[in-house]
Design a protein around this ligand. Sequence first.
Ligand code: PEP
Ligand code: MG
Length: 587
Amino acid sequence: MTFAIHGLPVARGIAIGRAVLMGGRVDVAHYFIEPEQVEAEIDRIRVGRDAVVEEIHRLQQTIAGMGPKEAPHELTALLDVHLMLLQDEDLIAGVKHWITDRLYNAEWALTTQLEALSRQFDEMEDEYLRERKADLEQVAERILRYMKGVATPVAAPAAKKGTARQQDLLLDGTVDVPLVLIAHDLSPADMLQFKQSVFAGFVTDVGGKTSHTAIVARSMDIPAVVGARSASQLVRQDDWVIIDGDAGVMIVDPSPIILAEYGFKQRQAELERGRLARLKHTPAVTLDGQKVDLVANIEMPDDAAGALAAGAVGVGLFRSEFLFMGRQGNLPDEEEQYQAYKRAVEGMQGLPVTIRTIDVGADKPLDDTRRDEAHLNPALGLRAIRWSLADPAMFLTQLRAILRAAAHGRVNMLIPMLAHVSEIRHTLSLVDFARAELDNRGLPYGAVSVGAMIEIPAAALTLKTFLKYFDFLSIGTNDLIQYTLAIDRADESVAHLYDPAHPAVLRLVADTIAECRAQGKPVSVCGEMAGDVGFTRLLLGLGLRSFSMHPAQILAVKQEVLRADATRLATWAQDVIAAEEPGKLLE
Ligand code: PEP
Ligand code: MG
């Protein structure tokens, strides 16, 4: 039966494919293995299962010598049930299927099969049998726990384009359709893992439009919907689904008529892409001759190639924190960071690269197991520069690596989440200190411009201080909106209140651009607003000449720039920001 699930649109386009459910557990590793690793992965499960069977046998022996008070009959019966479940053919065959046919790693295969079986249990008439679902979950949990304690023989591979085996699968017809990923939640680190995988689209139950998961989805340039509430409960493994990333809707089990309609839309979108691709080499200049810099937001050094291919004239935001994520606390040292920044700089072939110092915290935990649950409000807590200043040794390591990379090309250094002049002074003194350390060590480094992100209202309201200390400013509208409107950007339940066109937000953006222009300091916008074509004309009218966005958005924004007359837009823009409901004038 066809039904639709509504969420929030985060990345444009239509995807049609079969659902791959990632299960509700974000603390379990999810990655694709190589075909040669299939046997080893099946072995890991087998070893885990055998260990748990043994553990239960030992327990049975222990309680055999006890009286009924210490070891009630129910306990013995329960252990029997667990043993039976561990030997259940459906569990074992299913896990093998996900490993062999889909190349899931062992933990992912186990949780996927667990989910499939749980649904079968839910549908059982018999209450006693239905309740056995909890037992099944317990045995799976024991196996997972055992596997966690044992070193994983295969390291989670870095993001890669579908493995050779996956491509074979696509060619030989075993898996002859695109796959779309459905999950309760995906951390930014998970998303990075899947960045160049075979998935044609994503849907998650949770998340806001500018949550970091949504941002990475957008950077992958594949249709995505977040905040789809119970999608992962309602969709089944291998269901046919359509993801409409423009409308924020997922259609499950579509009828032939609906499939045909979306197939048509998909072809139209392809044609539009083809048309836009012709603009790649056209300079971004408005009708009245104003030159506009369209630069890229990237997460990894290798994204530089995609930025160049999309016609970006530089990198306006390299979110360096992605180098630090998913490493179980084993942070990259100076050399590793230096090599990564250098690769990005060289990858941009002489164009400038703006490297933002680490911005972890809130919805960007360093790894899934270290989600910040200890603090009541992580978005207001030890995040970004606050985190860096709290750990000067770690911060100095990063600063030295960035300065050294600057010896290989044009580098700007960008500092996130500043609000206080004391933080500004502290940060800049550490930058000086990092230079002095490199001098002492005799290591070469290059000149960098140092800029600040304007993403806290306090910063936007004290621009003079920021302009006194910094060479340039970059407006982080994602956080500026979050902190101005007191809306958690990752929380779908308040997503309807997350409004980039709120007059208060536009006032802060407009004043920042105007003040920078008045003082002749470069300013850009690097939040999601910069890549949203609905705001291009307004930002041009407010005087913005540097937009930083995902490479996939550059050509659509360029088209808007080419059609705009910035001089005429200036008057209109002032009317828009003065309006009670500016959003209505932007429609
Ligand atoms: C922003 O806040 O607008 C921004 C670009 O930074 P991030 O999205 O990484 O917080
Ligand atoms: Mg930010």
